[in-house]
Design a protein around this ligand. Structure first.
Ligand code: FAD
Ligand code: AMP
Length: 481
């Protein structure tokens, strides 16, 4: 037996690495084992989010949006950009540098917090050490195996893309979201299977820099997780930008021939064909627990592959917790992080809590979308008599100055108590605007609370203020409907 810790975290993504840091902040001795491997075989902390998810996608969304705006909006400002062009290699170099810098940042954070960062893989074993400590088998990157012990183990192994049998990823023509983030050039014709958050973001990136993008979505409804009004506006805006979003289109096969991908799908009209140069499979993600659990640990995994946990992320096996994408709940980095922090507090005997009803969602398309809490339909289905207040960005002075007037902010509130039940924003900086609404809902705020909060002028946040006023037909800057 070698090193022993208070806490070993297996997985160094946005769930695992903050859990390890918070554990040391709480005076515990912590290690974080992480096995992420980049496509060149090098190790990096940060998991999917940092290396192949949130961060690289936002880097490309920013570059491609600037390019799009320079081509489509600058003229309105009186700015001429003769010979406007985008250098995809430079865009990708920037993306890679951001990722590398942030991953290196985690190694530095570990060092300063006193977390032992252990590149390699971890497996929870059934055996126990002295005083009932949990035993973890740690395999280093060069294959050395050793046993470590800890009083508590946090499983944070994350998720991987869900494969689609009818369109197997070959890494060249048929690719997953990671492949789509690292494309060296814009394909002339790009197909995307799945109009979920990832499919829409990646489709937007490549469409803005020149690809003809077709998105095939099996469901008849667009963004079924979102408020219907928001989803309707999003579909309208994204189609206007040129994204060819086909709903009710179920892919049945995809084959590569002469360098092109021939996709068959069925829709209401029957069997259809689509030919593209690259096809991205973005039909969701599944929990990843391969090699994580030794025989007989007692940790339960459900039929969909998620590690079973209670509302405090306890697995039911004493001293073993699980967080992030490998457990139930939305697959979001901030959900993973907050679960990690909660667990690290509970382990230290402190207070820890997650409010699963108030987790914001953001889609970083343009216009951006963000929501928290219940949609109008969900609130109505729950039997609540609702009142709705909405404010269009076209009536916002700041949005007009930004040349970003599409979309609206919408508040769903309980008509009887005035309490805010949900907020749905599509428009500029929606992901930033939602933070105020999350805080308001955490404090159980009413529309009146938002109405009586002074919002600086001219800011986009006034849209939230006006939406709260509109819920009581007291809006100033838009017609009360
Ligand atoms: P992960 O980030 O997957 O990290 C798990 C880590 O554990 C990995 O490094 C893995 O290699 C390692 N590991 C697994 N098994 C072992 C083992 N046995 N031993 C050692 N290490 C192991 N979410 C957002 O909130 N906002 C976004 O904008 C966003 N954009 C996204 C864009 C894309 C293209 C994708 C794919 C995802 C995006 N997500 C976004 C989702 C987000 O990336 C995940 O929800 C988040 O990474 C989950 O964090 P995690 O720590 O649970 O798992
Ligand atoms: P998300 O879960 O947000 O990543 O979204 C994935 C999307 O892919 C969902 O909207 C699914 O309905 C969609 N999807 C799943 N399977 C298929 C398929 N065979 N063809 C087209 N779309 C699919």
């Amino acid at each position: 037996m070698s090193d022993s810790y208070d806490v070993i975290v297996i997985g160094g993504g946005p769930g695992g690495y903050p859990a390890a840091i918070r554990a040391t902040q709480n005076g515990l001795k912590a290690a974080c084992i992480d096995g992420w491997k980049n496509q060149d075989g090098s190790h990096a902390f940060g998991g999917t989010c940092l290396n192949a998810g949130c961060i690289p996608s936002k880097a490309l969304l920013e570059s491609s949006e600037l390019f799009h705006r320079a081509g489509h909006e600058f003229k309105a400002h009186g700015i001429a950009v003769p010979g406007l062009a985008i250098d995809i290699a430079a865009m990708q170099k920037r993306r890679a540098q951001i990722v590398k810098g942030m991953s290196g940042g985690i190694a530095m954070l570990f060092k300063s917090a006193g977390v032992t960062g252990l590149p390699g893989t971890g497996k929870l074993l059934a055996e126990s050490g002295a005083d009932g400590a949990r035993v973890v088998e740690y395999t280093t990157l060069d294959g050395k195996v050793e046993k470590l012990t800890a009083k508590q183990v946090v499983l944070a192994s994350g998720s991987v893309p869900t494969p689609l049998r009818s369109a197997p990823v070959d890494g060249k023509h048929i690719i997953d979201s990671w492949g789509a983030l690292e494309l060296p050039a814009a394909p002339e014709r790009l197909g995307v299977i799945g109009a979920g958050v990832i499919g829409l973001e990646l489709g937007s990136v490549w469409q803005r820099v020149g690809s003809k993008v077709t998105i095939l979505e099996a469901l008849p409804d667009f963004l079924s997780v979102a408020d219907r009004q928001l989803a309707g506006e999003a579909l309208k805006q994204l189609r206007k930008q040129g994204l060819d979003i086909k709903l009710g289109a179920k892919v049945s096969s995809a084959t590569v021939k002469n360098g092109a991908v021939h996709v068959s799908y069925t829709n209401a009209g029957g069997e259809q064909q689509l030919t593209v140069d690259r096809l991205v499979v973005a039909i969701g993600r599944r929990p990843y627990t391969e090699g994580l659990l030794g025989e007989g640990t007692g940790v339960q995994v459900d039929e969909r592959g998620f590690i079973v946990v209670d509302e405090h992320c306890r697995t039911g096996v004493p001293g073993v917790w699980a967080i992030g994408d490998c457990v139930r709940g939305p697959m979001l980095a901030h959900k993973a992080k907050d679960e990690g922090l909660m667990v690290a507090e509970l382990i230290a005997g402190r207070y820890g809590h997650m409010d699963y009803n108030i987790i914001p969602s953001v889609v970083y398309t343009a216009p951006e979308m963000a929501w928290v809490g219940q949609s109008e339909d969900q609130a109505k289905a729950a039997g609540v008599q609702v009142k709705i207040g909405s404010f269009p960005f076209v009536a916002s002075g700041r949005a007009r100055a930004m040349e970003a007037t599409a979309g609206f902010a919408k508040i769903v509130a309980d008509a009887a108590t005035d309490r805010i039940l949900g907020v749905h924003i599509i428009g500029p900086m929606a992901g930033e605007l939602i933070a105020e609404c999350v805080l308001a809902m955490e404090y159980g705020a009413t529309c009146e609370d938002l109405q009586r909060t002074i919002h600086a002028h001219p800011t986009l946040s006034e849209a939230v203020h006006e939406a709260a006023l509109a819920a009581d037909k007291r809006a100033i800057d838009t017609l009360n409907r």
